[in-house]
Design a protein around this ligand. Structure first.
Ligand code: AHR
Length: 492
């Protein structure tokens, strides 16, 4: 059996793991909102004020710290005034990005905030730069946040919310290098300055303005954006997107090498974070600006039989490992990352839940988020792993993956160690050096005999974590192949 050593260094804290690193994202796209979250009050599907009860209850358990809306690409064609006031009078608009669906605007600002309140999530609104105006976005902030007696605040009150909605996170556009207006970095920096200048802190929310960062690890965008931005104070966050893509014909059909190929692509987010933060340091040496990854996840080829514009995809054990590898990577950069939002919460891309009519299932990715939840708000610790690597071919090329990947965090005497064994068929035995005495250990493992294991509406419990009872011994721990393990360890 392959052997490894995992050493946790409690005296080398990296930083507090902001709960926001486990953020979610919803967009008006396919079945994400319509049918996935929102069915309307008159639906036969059980709902609370129009929100699906099953999805609400499941997502509430995950306690998503932050929720981003309305896009995505949709954000730069969304006009917030369409989504307020009596639902029957809201305009019907064509969604130009996602299959030209007609959007009824039944789910607008107030519905979004209500959803956030149910879930206990901070709202994160993405404003419209591509087809909107500075005034429109500035007014949205006033409408949501102004505590005084302005016309917009009165309008909010007449729509049911006399209290300010206190939205702290505001994105100035989305993917403005592409669907958000096809700007070059210099032009977007000029737009950013103009928009951000007028976004005011109306209710002591400590407004957090977020600029659009690069598509993946594009250095040129970052360098040119910050060069043009100069010494501009109204920027608190800079958001990159990283989709690791796919390998193989579909979400559920892939061979062993394609299993490795995707997992290796997921590991590349670390290079992005390292290089982008280094670039940001050149322009922001005091590190006042946080880095966000406000869209990430696996993006498979369209599912046969589904509308290709709706980005519906199944979610397998392979996706669960993508999530675990990514969340572990975020922990290693807890000192720089301020938020991350997986794309997307329901029925789109790497979803937490899939719905069909009145049925719902939790995906393997949901279970990883649940297993990793105790990392939220804990202090990330440096972890060293000594072990072999896995080599695999991608066409004529040889690529490698570490035999084990992990991260650890500490809160008081509770240590959480999360470990991925990406090997498709072999276990790895590891000694875990905690540099502390373990008093009690319990663990949960997510694995399956099949690499493409997933949950279906017929068999929703096919891929779920199991409790592995252990004593206080963390020597010679065997990590099952194709697995994610979360150890909760009480340390002295
Ligand atoms: O999440 C789907 C799409 O991916 C988003 O709308 C866009 O921002 C990204 O390209």
């Amino acid at each position: 059996m392959a052997k490894a050593t995992i050493t946790i260094l409690p005296d080398e804290p990296i930083g507090l793991i902001r709960p926001e690193l486990h953020g979610q994202f919803i967009e008006h796209l396919g079945g994400c909102i319509d049918g996935g979250i929102w069915v309307g009050e008159n639906s036969s599907i059980p709902n609370i004020s129009g929100f699906r009860t099953d999805v609400l209850e499941s997502m509430k358990k995950l306690r998503p710290p932050v929720l981003r809306w309305p896009g995505g690409c949709y954000a730069d064609d969304y006009h917030w005034e369409d989504g307020i006031g009596p639902a029957a009078q809201r305009p019907r608009r064509v969604n130009i990005w996602w299959g030209q669906n007609v959007e009824t605007n039944a789910f607008g600002t107030h519905e979004f905030i209500q959803l956030c309140r149910y879930l206990g999530a901070e709202p994160y609104l993405a404003g419209n730069v591509g087809s909107g105006t500075v005034r429109e976005m500035r007014d949205w902030v006033e409408y949501c946040n102004f505590t005084g007696d302005s016309t917009l605040a009165r309008r909010r009150a007449s729509n049911g919310s006399p209290m300010a909605l206190k939205v702290r996170y505001w994105g100035v556009g989305n993917e403005n290098w592409g669907c958000g207006g096809n700007f070059c970095p210099e032009d977007y920096a000029a737009e950013y300055k103009q928009f951000a200048t007028y976004l005011r802190d109306f209710s002591g929310t400590n407004l957090f303005r977020i600029a659009c960062g690069p598509d993946g690890n594009n250095h040129d965008w970052t360098r040119r954006f910050f060069s043009k931005l100069g010494r501009f104070p109204h920027i608190q966050g800079y958001a990159a997107h990283y989709y690791c893509g796919t390998a193989g014909p579909s979400a559920t059909e892939f061979d062993v090498n394609q299993w490795y190929e995707l997992l290796e692509k997921a590991t590349r987010i670390e290079k992005l974070i390292c290089e982008q933060r280094q670039l940001m340091d050149e322009f922001d040496p005091q590190r006042k600006i946080g880095l966000l990854i406000d869209e990430w996840g696996a993006w498979h080829l369209p599912t046969p039989g589904r509308n290709p514009h709706h980005l519906w995809q199944q979610n397998t054990l392979r996706d669960a490992l993508v999530a675990a590898i990514t969340l572990d990577t975020f922990n290693r950069h807890a000192d720089k990352l301020v938020m991350a939002n997986i794309a997307q919460m329901a029925n789109v891309l790497q979803a937490m839940v899939l719905t069909e009519g009145d049925r719902m299932l939790l995906t393997p990715t949901y279970h990883v988020f649940d297993m990793y939840r105790p990392h939220q708000g804990a202090t990330s610790l440096r972890v060293e792993i000594d072990g072999p690597t896995i080599s695999f071919p991608v066409g004529p090329e040889k690529r490698q993956l570490p035999a084990l990947m992990a991260s650890a965090s500490l809160r008081g005497e509770k240590l959480l160690l999360t470990v991925v064994n990406p090997h498709a068929s072999l276990p790895v035995e590891a000694n875990i050096d905690l540099r502390r005495k373990a008093i009690g250990v319990s663990s949960k493992v997510l694995t399956h005999s099949e690499i493409n294991a997933h949950n279906s509406f017929e068999e929703p419990g096919a891929t779920v974590p199991s409790d592995a009872l252990t004593n206080s011994n963390v020597d010679a721990v065997v990590f099952a192949p194709r697995s994610v393990t979360a150890f909760q360890i009480r340390v002295a």
